[in-house]
Write a protein that binds this ligand. Structure first.
Ligand code: DOR
Ligand code: ZN
Length: 450
């Protein structure tokens, strides 16, 4: 395969230049200003971004147990459509991903989809917070990339410290959910707006107490700690302190697009598609999150893709489950709100959506270099379009961004040198629609070949 004339990104070397990329046997073999090879399929990427495949560190695929919300195949297809070549799924399934059997089940399905599906094993058995899961058994299985009780916090601090001590020698990170459950029970951010709308609040201290605790435990144990879905200014201050004053290099953090795009003043419509955990915070938190992304206090943008069925969300705000989908909107929301507004440079965005996640997850991807695996996403950043949830491949349509005008359309998702998603926009002849989940290369429209 030959990708011609695209704007090629490699955040690891600060490279952003028009170039051609030659791919053979799943690897990048040449990156030069003009490559000609008539024996190869050619993608004309003129005017497009050619970036290392996007990597999502935090997604919920609901399978096994809640397949009416999402199953592994629909989730993988949604990820590929969103430009992701690697995704890490969280263990709050039923049964919980806390043993070899469930990991093997997930691997057996995901290997047919094309996506690199990584798995976060549970820290505690059944996510109950009582005793450690079969961590040693899971740590050596293919695609297990870390451990988390996401959706829940391991509330017993001593058990969390034991988990860190136990996991550290495996070199894998813990992804911490950061919520003190003694403050649970609310439905939106505590504060003026919660009072105005008459909804019980969740204070920012619920997040910040566990951020502080887990930083202290990670400093003590040396275990790699990744703080999930950071949403408050106070959390940023704590992470900043840990990274700069304490010099912690084993600490990373993520936020999600809704935390830098939306705030709690928007909840007056009681739209349950804006309900997630942690909740949308205030305008000043949103500004702080943007600054934290710019300064590098926050390393990663993840989706926290949390699909729920329409019937589950179509209830009173207080009774709806927490969570919004994100795989098919994450790039466009991030690009539109962070790059087109001048907050992040294009390279900084790709670093947070691919290169840093690859490093944290110990993956040999997240870069476009000769010799590296050909996981590549091609993106049209110039044409505006409206997000339309009915076009999602995810079973979950619970997005707060439906109807929003954005920039950043995913045109191709290439994994291991094979096209697994191709936008209908790229075909001049509409009858060639993309086909997913068959692990075969898609036919390129002749008209696209130059
Ligand atoms: O909003 C959320 N939804 N936050 C979480 O931490 C869990 C997730 C889910 O699983 O639905
Ligand atoms: Zn989550």
């Amino acid at each position: 395969m030959l990708i011609k004339n695209g704007l090629v990104f490699n955040p690891t070397t600060n490279f952003m230049q028009q170039a051609d990329i030659l791919i053979k046997d799943g690897k990048i073999v040449k990156i030069e200003s003009n490559i000609n090879d008539s024996s190869e399929n050619i993608i004309d990427a003129s005017g497009k971004w050619v970036v290392p495949g996007l990597i999502d560190m935090h997604t919920h695929f609901r399978d096994p147990g809640f397949e009416h919300k999402e199953d592994i195949t629909s989730g993988c297809n949604a990820a590929l459509k969103g430009g992701f070549t690697t995704v890490c799924c969280m263990p709050n399934t039923n049964p919980v991903i806390d043993n070899k059997c469930i990991v093997t089940y997930i691997n057996s399905i995901s290997e047919k989809t094309g996506l690199n599906l990584l798995i976060a094993g549970a820290i505690t058995k059944g996510l109950k917070g009582e005793s450690l899961a079969n961590i040693g058994e899971m740590a050596f299985l293919p695609n297990v990339c870390g451990f988390s009780d996401d959706g829940k916090t391991v509330m017993n601090s001593k058990l969390m410290k034991t988990a860190m001590n136990y996991i550290k020698p495996f070199g894998l990170p813990i992804f911490s959910h950061t919520e003190d459950h003694s403050f649970s029970g609310g439905a939106m951010n505590a504060g003026q707006n919660a009072q105005l709308f008459g909804i019980k609040g969740i204070g920012r201290e619920a997040e910040e107490i566990i951020v502080a605790r887990d930083i202290i435990l990670a400093r003590e144990t040396g275990c790699k700690l990744h703080l999930s879905h950071i949403s408050t200014k106070g959390s940023l201050d704590l992470i900043h302190m840990a990274k700069t004053v304490w010099g912690m290099t084993n600490l990373t953090a993520e936020t999600a697009p809704h935390y830098f795009s939306l705030d709690d003043s928007l909840l007056g419509d009681y739209d349950t598609n804006k309900k997630m955990n942690p909740p949308l915070r205030t305008k000043s938190d949103v500004e702080a999150i943007k600054e934290g992304l710019k300064s590098g206090i926050i390393d990663v943008i993840a989706t926290d893709h949390a699909p729920h069925h329409y019937d589950e969300k179509n209830v009173e705000f207080e009774n709806a489950p927490f969570g919004v989908v994100g795989l098919e909107t994450s790039f466009a929301i991030s690009y539109t709100n962070l790059v087109r507004t001048g907050i992040l440079t294009p390279l900084e965005l790709i670093e947070k959506m691919s290169t840093r996640p690859a490093q944290i997850l110990n993956q040999d991807s997240g870069k476009i270099e000769v010799g590296s695996v050909a996981d590549i996403t091609i993106i049209d950043t110039e044409k505006a379009y409206k997000i339309n949830k009915s076009e999602f491949l995810s079973k979950g349509k619970n997005t707060p961004f439906d109807g929003m005008e954005v920039y950043g359309n995913i045109e191709y998702t290439i994994v291991n040198g094979q096209i697994f998603y191709q936008s209908a926009n790229t075909y001049t002849n509409r009858k060639y629609l993309f086909k997913l989940s068959n692990k075969t290369e898609l036919p390129l429209s002749k008209k696209l070949c130059v």
